[in-house]
Structures are given as structure tokens and as C-alpha cells.
Design a protein around this ligand. Sequence first.
Ligand code: FAD
Length: 524
Amino acid sequence: MKIEHINDNFSVSDQIVIEDIQSLVDIGVTLIVCNRPDGEASDQAPFFELKEAADKLAVEIVLIAFKPGELTNELLMSFAAVVAKHKRVHAFCRTGSRSKVIYQRVENMNNKARSSVGENKFDVVIVGAGSGGIAVAASLRKRNKSLNIVLIEPSKDHYYQPGWTMVGGGIFDVQSTCRKTQDLIPTGVSWIRHSVSSFEPADNVVVLDDGSKISYQELIVAPGLKLDWAAIEGLEDALGKNGVTSNYRYDLAPYTWKLVQGMDKGKAIFTQPPMPIKCAGAPQKALYLSASEWFKSKKIKNIDIDFYNAGNVLFGVQAYVPALMSYIKKYQANLMFSHTLVKVDGESKIAWFKTRNAEGRDEVVEAEFDFLHVCPPQRAPDFIRDSELSDDVGWLDVDPSTLQHRRYANIWGVGDIINTSNAKTMAAARKQAPVVAQNVANVFANKEARVAYDGYGSCPLTVERGKIVLAEFTYGGTLAPSFPKWLNDGTKPTAFSWVLKANILPFIYWHAMLKGREWLASPM
Ligand code: FAD
């Protein structure tokens, strides 16, 4: 291996052999990037052998391979993302020159972003280009085309997360739930591919992960929430093997369906953490769709289903509970309320739950499983919790009606991050985005008027393949059906709601909500 040091943080070389990995670790390398494909030359070690050796030495190694002259933007983005997470990186290919090229291209890209970021001031800065962020950008742009709007979002991929329940149930293909962020940024809106790391609200500035600052006149905060996998001991290691899965991750939802199909008998456990979580119905939706498949294939008589729920009700709005209970009975599922998952051992297939015993004392109980579907605990992202914008428990502190920040009048919130009592759902973000867009547009038009969000949220509970209980409600759990009862009774399982979820809502998401078409969502 002939090492060439490009700078203190990055070096390149020609082919490496297994023994070289120790030398790289010795000089402080924490990430090795392989830029050549396997099988290019007869004397090269296959990637999997290098990976086995690197794993043993606890150094990360990734394959971002391309032939000379075939470097794509996608590879460039992957390289940039993985390199950004490490202080000392070594890349190699056959001669080292491809590794130099890809590094140089990423450096150029970063320099360009840094210089443009430094000089940029925007009328409106939006933090996060998820469901809420893109929707509000599109709705705002529709109202005022002269505004200089920027979305700040680190991810090159955008996900339709409501589709993951359907992926776990074998109905959707996982790829259909992901599109390139670039393709969804509304025309005329800029995108900065960085994360926001902190706020300086007194100076109307957000600080990015590279230290540069962006200033705004109005700020819209929409970074979603944090899935706190690490809060459960052993979970991160256990996921994706030994029957442990979760529909809350793009890469794992297909594994749920694989497990469901492969299960003939045994114990299936589904867990739900303390509220608030996004899509409060999703943990039990995973249960129903799995059970529906086992019911159809007549395997259910050999499968015990347990629902371990940290809360003490099946669903927060009572009107929907009878319909849900009828399915719990049909699938003979056991409801274990006030049980919070605290630890998982995937290899021995044991999960531990904290609960309170009959004498009122805390205790931890053990449960063996063959299949475990976990919904992780959820909280506000650290950069919001640690900021002046959060409430006492970390969420963005906004007025529940106008969605304006309670202390900073030029800051607004959309989506899962806000501390309102609505159900944290895409359906809620779909109604909130036009409200914030209208209120911000009014500020630029010097109008005092503010429109209001009523707390609408919706949860399509997939009780069996082909039927859904469509929960729709506003603040305080007041039922708010979108359709007249003769067409669809939301408190009952209906095929109509299934068609809506399986065929119509994804279309509305991609072609209406993210494009500023506010069907059934225009603010009053
Ligand atoms: P997100 O869509 O999560 O987007 C947040 C964005 O912010 C992300 O792109 C992220 O990369 C970015 N970001 C994070 N940190 C930063 C930072 N520091 N700087 C800049 N950007 C940042 N909803 C329904 O209505 N119906 C359903 O049936 C339904 N089912 C669901 C099933 C599952 C399994 C899951 C996981 C969710 C489901 N939801 C459902 C919930 C819905 O997906 C979310 O409520 C919705 O996506 C929230 O939108 P958001 O914009 O707040 O967050």
C-alpha cells in the first residue's frame, strides 16, 4: 500500500490487503472507503474479506465503487455523507486516482455550498424538507412567488412514511415510498444540503453543521422528531435479524413482511412506547396486518400474539376502540397495558418490559419471542431540545391555533416537532402547512389577520388487508370525518377507507400536498 496524504484528515492509496487495515487503524483512520469494484484485477482482495477484517478491528469500511470515468452524482452524495461523519478517512482504488477524484469533487461541492451559504439571506428559511417542510414551501410559493425561500435539509432522499405500514404488510413495494429530495423541491425554492445545528433567534439566524450562518426574516421549523432506538438496551444491534423488526425504518419494513410470511407458529410480540409518537396507530397497524395474513393462511391458531403497550388504552379516541377491540378478539391477541420495552436480546430472543406489579412496585418482566415488532420511543431532536425555541420537555413551543412560536413572532412550526396535542401525522402536517403558509404570507403582505389550525389529525387503522378504521379527529378528540357517514363511517372497518389509503392518499401526497395543491386542506 502506497499512502498519499491529501491533508490531515484524508489519505488515498492503491489496493490494500488485509494486513494494511491494522496499519490504517494505527494512524488513526476510522473509515476506509473502497472505490473500486470487486473483480477488477486478479490480485485484489474481495470487499467482503476486507470488511470481515475491518469489523474485527472495529473500523468502518464502505464500498462506493465506480469504474474510471463513471462517477455519478449519487455516488458523490454517498461519499460526501459518509466522509462527513468521520475525522480520519482513507480511500483506495487500483491506483488511488479515483479516490482522489471523488474526494476533490466533494471538496469543490462543499466549498461552493459554504461560500453561497455565507452570503445568503432569505425571506423565509425552512428547517427540514420532510412532509411538512416541502408542503409549506410549496403552499407559500403559491401565495407569493416573489419570496426568496430556502429549505435546509441534509437528506438526498425523501420518504412517504405512511407507506411503511403497507410495506410491512406486503402491500406496497418499499421503493415506492422514496423519492429524491431534489425532485421534490418546489420550483423557485432553494435547497441547502446541510443540517441546522442551532438557532440564534435574537439575530434571526440559524447555524449550520459546518458553522456557517443563514439569516431569515421568517423561520419555519419542520425537522420532524427523533426515533430514539438507543433508548432501548440492545435494540440497535438486534434489529434486522433474529426476528426483530420495525416498520419505523425504511430498510426494515420489508423485513417485517418477510418475517410475517415465514412465521408458522410461536410467539409474536408488538410493542408501543409512551406517547407522543408519530402515527400513534402504527404499532397496532403492524399487528393487525400481520395477524390478517396469519388468519388468511390459517397459521394464526399456532401463533400467540401479544401487544405490549406502555399506555393503558388501545387508542386515544374512544369512538374507534370498539371496532379495534373486535379485531383484537378476532386475532385472539393479548393486550398487555402499562408495559414499556426496556431491553432486547435478539440472539436469545428475549425482550424485557418495565411494568408495575399488583403491589404497585416497579418491576421488569421477561418475554420470549419468535417475532418482535418494535415501535421506538420518540422525542424532539437534540438541536431543538437544546435551543431557546423548545418548551419544558423539548418540543417546539407554538400557539396551537396559529402555529406561531410563543416567544418569537417570526418563527413558526409545522409537523411532528410542534408541542400541540394533535396526533403527530402526515395528515396533520397536510392541514398545518397551508395555515403556516397563509400566516407567513400575511406577514409579508402587512396583514394582521391569522388563520387557525383546528388540531386535525388522522390515523387509518389497517385492521385487516382490505379494510380500515379511519380515525379522523381534531383537538380534544372531537371526531372530524372528511366524508358523510352514508359514504364512509370512520368508526367501522370499511373497504372505502382501504382504497383511500392504498390508492388515493399516496397520489394526494406526491401530487397535491407537496405541490401546494390544498385539496380539503385550505385554511378557513
Ligand atoms: P418528516 O417527514 O419526518 O421530515 C423531517 C425532515 O427534517 C427530514 O427530512 C429530516 O431529514 C429533516 N431534518 C431533521 N433534522 C434536521 C436538521 N437538523 N436540519 C435540517 N433538516 C433536518 N401519518 C399519517 O398521516 N398517516 C399514516 O398512516 C402514517 N403512518 C405512519 C407509519 C409509520 C411507520 C411512520 C414512521 C409514520 C407514519 N405517519 C403517518 C407519520 C408521518 O409520516 C409523519 O407525521 C410526517 O412525516 C411528519 O412530517 P414532518 O415534516 O414533521 O417530519
